[in-house]
Design a protein around this ligand. Sequence first.
Ligand SMILES: NC(=O)C1=CN([C@@H]2O[C@H](COP(=O)(O)OP(=O)(O)OC[C@H]3O[C@@H](n4cnc5c(N)ncnc54)[C@H](OP(=O)(O)O)[C@@H]3O)[C@@H](O)[C@H]2O)C=CC1
Ligand SMILES: CC[C@](O)(C(C)=O)C(=O)O
Ligand SMILES: [Mg+2]
Ligand SMILES: [Mg+2]
Length: 330
Amino acid sequence: MKVFYDGDADLNLLKGKKIAVIGYGSQGRAQAQNLKDSGLDVVVGLRPNSSSRLTAEQDGLPVMTVAEAAAAADIIQILIPDENQPAVYREEIAPHLTPGKALGFSHGFNIHYGQIVPPPDVDVFLVAPKSPGPMLRRLYTEGKGVPGLFAVHQDYTGQARGLALAYAKAIGLTRAGVFETTFREETETDLFGEQCVLCGGVTALIKAGFETLVEAGYAPEIAYFECLHELKLIVDLIYEGGLTEMRRRVSNTAEYGDYRVGPRIINDYVREEMRQVLKEIQSGEFAREWILENQANQPVLKACRRREQEHLIERVGKELRRMMPWLGQK
Ligand SMILES: NC(=O)C1=CN([C@@H]2O[C@H](COP(=O)(O)OP(=O)(O)OC[C@H]3O[C@@H](n4cnc5c(N)ncnc54)[C@H](OP(=O)(O)O)[C@@H]3O)[C@@H](O)[C@H]2O)C=CC1
Ligand SMILES: CC[C@](O)(C(C)=O)C(=O)O
Ligand SMILES: [Mg+2]
Ligand SMILES: [Mg+2]
């Protein structure tokens, strides 16, 4: 797969253009700051009483309402939560989306599942950093970058691909390298990854391990260290050097146990469930459920949040993390 680096992208395509970053959260803050430090003309679009306004102003960025920013900008990058995007797009962005402007995303959900349907005479692209915002910002300030993806949904001006690559360069992604994808591929793999592995899979694995030890009479504190705390040490090793390097750095006893037991835990049943989850993502079943959940004001999300926050592992963890002030206890 071709990797695009700094030399493949032309920042001049963004010079003289105004970029509106809508939202100033995890991605919005990092992307807006990186764009500004790349010498580009950036404005932040927020709602009138936004809790993010002060931060953006303190970071030296001009703030407007979403509608004003959309009206003023040539490129509008939508970085508010996915579930809020359709209404904000409809009410505050679409009226200002005049021919030749560009609309950008960092996740393809609303375009892929048809919740936002831009007019045919604008460019529509995606630039998705493969990292949370604070890491995107930190590496940029260190002269490095995080890898990312880019995709084009609509190319009205004939420049959409160049614009997406230039945007990726401006936020630092081409320093590490970017891959070209489609809105469909980015959306489906992102949802699958967060549900089956990164968020859903990992938290369920941690809880199952913790509950098994506690049920068997072991101290919750010991179970916490074994099933949650040490995960970071292992993930850091995997992140830096892959599975082989992690297995080289743990004891031979741990490595042998890994080969023997891993496939029993992530067994054929789990793999079949993963295939099923992927089908639900591909068919739009998950998307429909999430859209309806938001129309009903997120009752399931709120109930799950409350229940999960009360889990024993969370209570024990809060106490144990006090022993580790360097973690910046939340
Ligand atoms: N989080 C991440 O690291 C990643 C996110 N993405 C994608 O990036 C996009 C942004 O995600 P993320 O950065 O997590 O978002 P956040 O939840 O961090 O966005 C919060 C920001 O959006 C603003 N906002 C929320 N609702 C509205 C609204 N109705 N009108 C105007 N402003 C609003 C908030 O302002 P206020 O103070 O007013 O609430 C705040 O500034 C999503 O598409 C996501 O999928 C992609 C890769 C990684
Ligand atoms: C893993 C979660 C993520 O997909 C991300 C940070 O990339 C998200 O939607 O927040
Ligand atoms: Mg993701
Ligand atoms: Mg995601």
